[in-house]
Design a protein around this ligand. Sequence first.
Ligand code: SAM
Length: 303
Amino acid sequence: MSAERTPRQVSLARLVEFGVVPKRSLGQNFLVDDNIIGVILQRLAPLPADVAIEVGAGLGILTRALAEVVARVHAFEIDRSLAPALEATLSDTEVAERVLLQYRDIMKVPLESLEPLPTICASNLPYSVAAPFLGEALERLPSVRRYCVMMQKEVAHRLAASSGGKDYGSLSVWVQLHARIVEVRALSRTIFHPQPNVDSSLVTLDRSPIDPLVTERPTLMRAVVEGAFSQRRKLAVNALSASLGVPKEALGDVFRLAGVPTQARAEAVEPHGFVALARGLMEFGLDDRYNETPGRSGRAGSG
Ligand code: SAM
């Protein structure tokens, strides 16, 4: 393959050459626009020593562009049938030796064990994986300073939502406890092949300073955030009482200590309010059930 060929030519040529029939069930909407690769690299601002992680390498267009500018790329692809096309895109020696390619479901990868640890993330995320992957990666990969990822517009709005609106939920809180959303930019459906049935956005996230309680007690934090949103129509104190199994009266004291009104619904509580509630539970000794256990499998902020 000539390095000068544009992604449109490469993606479409690969599809024909290898007889690839995109699988909608795996969110296979391949990038066929060269401009967007440039935009991703510009927003990502990679350094030569960076280690990138990419979820869903597909035909390898983005993987290759990343490998040309960073030291290593951890590329994951669940669909082994793409191997001939993907490996053809990555076949140049220089590129090939920088790409650590694994045919695996990203949701089964122990992210914290990746070697070397990723420092940036760029992906055209498959629909079903975008929210759960980000929830996990933000918790388990503190080494990643910036994400520049494509996802369904509706998920992007949930990530960036402010308290008080219908889009604000456990995913918004979890993401905003770990990162700052720098930009959400609408994407045209024409940059993908086949064109998806939904709109997509490009989102840039920068890791932000994190309250130590979030990193030290993620299980407790998740229980508080997800418990509060488990019954959105109820007051947060009632929803949490049911989900944590703590009497409402005791929780009332926790809310008062945390400075969160007992009349608030979860959607009115700012991200730092959930940290204050978790801290309050600890103060009153109501956090025992949520001690960290090795090998926990909860999916943070996936909803
Ligand atoms: N990066 C390529 C591009 O931009 O053209 C492909 C992006 S396509 C939207 C998403 C890719 O993710 C598909 O190749 C799909 O097979 C892969 N995929 C879907 N679920 C996955 C999972 N759980 N783990 C790893 N890869 C997955």
